[in-house]
Design a protein around this ligand. Structure first.
Ligand code: SAJ
Length: 422
């Protein structure tokens, strides 16, 4: 058995090297020539714990090759992006093109697996019409399934092995064949169903999280009006055995949780009411945070203040800025007339125009610091090593990530999202 993986991003590359490290011959394909060249030289174009060692091993042992076009293989795994358009409808062109690209190489008995998260019915309505253009017969000598990835960036390798998987086939045999393949390294349970159910399950999981975070953000705003620390309140509520409230924050980023709920809104707008409202609530958080910063500065008569935004990545300890709330916080602060500098130790190569400053440059003239990403580096930062402007600057913690005492002792005025401060 050998595998051709289409799409070498955050999911495709780790999955490819996992199979290769388990002794399966893998060929990886990406349309991004630069990424392909880098990978061929054992260089990473993405950051993920444990990826470098595993890629080195896969290539050194001769189990992993890469190119920009597909090759003949027994199994194809499609892991390409499924983003949303500016009008929040799904863009399935990459899925369609990736599927079309493998059709000329399909042999009798081939298995095609979709890993990308997609709106329910994508396998049926987008992939199968392309696959029917081959000489093979679906369900007879061409097997197709959806095996959505469920791994969290930062812990991808741990979760690839240990998480349960949901595998949905266009026929039971398609699902069985997929399960047998993933058993190579998956230690979690592999649950079998049909393709459309698997598509819905995956989108539901991320939507659950988005709605729950929107609920937490709503509670944070309510708590502020009555001077209660929402983080403490949520911690207490979650001692209840049937309560699991998520955490508030500056918004929801990443390419999954801020995207997938829109698939359900597009599918059935009349019934996706809470889902839609939750999306809008989370999308409004950057503006809320920026306005809170502005109000704090106004309360001490600072008009056109200087703000340092700490964190550009969409969440802690990753290097990924896709849909990052930090970028939207920066834009909202600028629209309110504030001058912004930003710093993120995980973002290299000036991936964004706002990433211009070092920590020192960003903070030395700042009237207010905003922590938007809970990187470990920020949690461990000693604030007394920072040169600060006088009178004492504010630090607005939107992730409950900083130690209040430490920052107050270093001469900052500490405030937190959702704790009733001004
Ligand atoms: N966030 C909050 N409050 C929380 C948790 C997260 O504001 O309590 C924010 C984060 O700061 C971030 C965003 O939500 O901006 C999303 O982060 P995340 O850690 O919740 O999720 P992702 O996007 O890194 O990964 C999710 C995971 N899905 C679920 O946990 C249901 C992962 O398992 C999926 O594989 C991944 O989406 C995906 O690829 O679909």
């Amino acid at each position: 058995n050998n595998i051709c993986v289409i799409g070498l991003g955050y999911i495709g590359l780790p999955t490819a090297v996992m199979f290769a490290n388990s002794g399966v011959k893998v060929h990886g394909v990406d349309i991004n020539e630069k990424a392909v060249n880098m990978i061929a030289q054992k260089q990473l174009h993405i950051e993920e714990n444990g990826l470098q060692e595993r890629l080195d091993k896969a290539i050194d042992e001769g189990f992993f090759t890469v190119s920009t076009t597909p090759v003949e293989a027994d199994t194809y795994i499609v892991a390409v992006p499924s983003p949303i358009n500016p009008d929040n409808t799904a863009n399935l062109e990459y899925i369609r093109q990736a599927t079309a690209s493998i059709v000329p190489y399909l042999k009798p008995g081939a298995l095609v697996i979709l890993e990308s998260t997609v709106p329910p019915k994508t396998v049926e309505n987008i992939m199968l019409p392309e696959l029917r253009k081959s000489d093979l017969t679906l369900g007879e000598d061409l097997f197709v399934s959806h095996s959505p990835e469920r791994v969290i960036p930062g812990k991808i390798f741990e979760e690839l092995v240990n998480n349960d998987r949901i595998v949905g086939g266009i026929t039971p045999e398609s699902a069985e064949k997929t399960k047998a393949l993933y058993k190579t390294f998956v230690q979690g349970e592999i649950h079998l169903t049909d393709a459309t159910t698997a598509e819905l399950v995956k989108v539901m999981e991320n939507t659950y999280r988005d709605v729950n975070i929107a609920f937490a953000n709503e509670l944070a705003k309510i708590a502020e009006t009555i001077g209660v620390d929402i983080w403490e309140a949520i911690r207490f509520a979650n001692f209840h055995p049937r309560v699991n409230i998520h955490m508030p924050g500056p918004g929801v980023g990443g390419h999954c949780i801020a995207v997938d709920p829109w698939f359900l809104v597009e599918l059935n707008p009349e019934n996706a009411e809470i889902i839609h409202k939750a999306r809008l609530t989370n999308d409004a958080m950057p503006q809320f945070v920026a306005q809170k910063a502005k109000n704090v500065l106004n309360s001490v008569q600072i008009e056109n203040g200087k703000v340092a935004v700490l964190g550009l990545a969409f969440k802690g300890d990753v290097d990924d800025m896709r849909e990052s709330p930090s970028i939207k916080v920066i834009e909202a602060l600028q629209a309110l007339g504030l001058e912004v500098k930003s710093f993120d130790p995980h973002i290299k190569n000036l991936q964004h125009e706002t990433q211009q400053a070092t920590l020192e440059e960003a903070t030395k003239d700042a009237d207010l610091l905003i922590l938007t990403t809970d990187h470990t580096d920020f949690k461990q930062l000693s604030p007394n090593t920072l040169t600060t402007k006088q009178p004492k600057p504010f630090v607005l913690d939107t992730k409950n990530a900083l130690d209040r005492n430490k920052w107050e002792q270093a001469g900052f005025h500490y405030i937190k999202l959702g704790d009733g401060s001004p």
